[in-house]
Design a protein. Structure first.
Length: 226
């Protein structure tokens, strides 16, 4: 973004500087040089403008879609755990893997978001901090799931050694499951905070509409538990 933006700025400045000379000068070599500079700067500006907006829209879409799908996966994992707890189903290790991995993949996309997207250096630094905050929030989910796996394996070994069936149920891992749910909720809150800090008004309106689908999924999940 920075390189494209600089080309636009330089081209525009050359246009502004050279334009008065075209009115002052009538003819001659200086006039011809000024006219050539003015013409080439307009061409450069017009050629670069579509590239700039294309890259800008691409980054905006990348940020929006990745944040939404990362939040969606956290919501799906929460709903899955709530259903498991409600029915006290038997558990299997790494049941969470797909959701957590998909969150991570979306964060990787966000981290490729252009570090010079904004004109102001301060704004770019703020965005970098927000990306780190989001990554740290995901790490909390990762740690709680790893804790679940460790405790799950330890409980299974303990049951096997005592001659019990090695089936493990939700109530036996309730604390670990609650920690995963809590970390997912914090992750979703972090995403919402970031969107309100960086999204445009139009993006926020779309975000509100898209989030209705997540709420509907929660309601549908609760209905299925009844």
């Amino acid at each position: 973004m920075k390189a494209h933006r600089n080309i636009l700025i330089i081209s525009f400045m050359i246009e502004i500087i050279s334009l008065p000379f075209l009115f002052i000068l009538d003819k001659g070599k200086i006039y011809e040089i000024t006219l050539a500079l003015f013409t080439s700067s307009i061409i450069s500006f017009l050629l670069e403008l579509p590239n700039y907006f294309s890259l800008k829209n691409e980054n905006a879409y990348k940020l929006y879609s990745s944040l939404f799908w990362a939040k969606s996966q956290a919501s799906i994992l929460i709903n899955s755990i709530e259903n498991i707890k409600f029915s006290n189903d038997s558990l299997f290790d790494k049941f969470y893997f797909q959701c957590v991995n998909d969150m991570n993949l979306n964060l990787n996309v966000i981290e490729s978001y252009d570090p010079d997207y904004y004109f102001l250096k301060k704004k770019n630094e703020e965005m970098s901090l927000l990306k780190n905050t989001l990554r740290n929030s995901w790490q909390n989910i990762n740690h709680t799931t790893l804790k679940f796996s460790v405790n799950f394996c330890q409980l299974r070994i303990k049951k096997t050694k005592s001659g019990q069936a090695d089936m493990i149920y939700a109530l036996e891992m309730e604390n670990e499951l609650n920690l995963i749910v809590e970390s997912c909720k914090k992750f979703m809150q972090t995403i919402d905070t970031i969107t309100h800090m960086v999204f445009t008004k139009k993006q926020l309106e779309k975000w509100s509409i898209d989030n209705i689908s997540l709420e509907n999924n929660k309601i549908y999940s609760k209905i299925n538990k009844i």
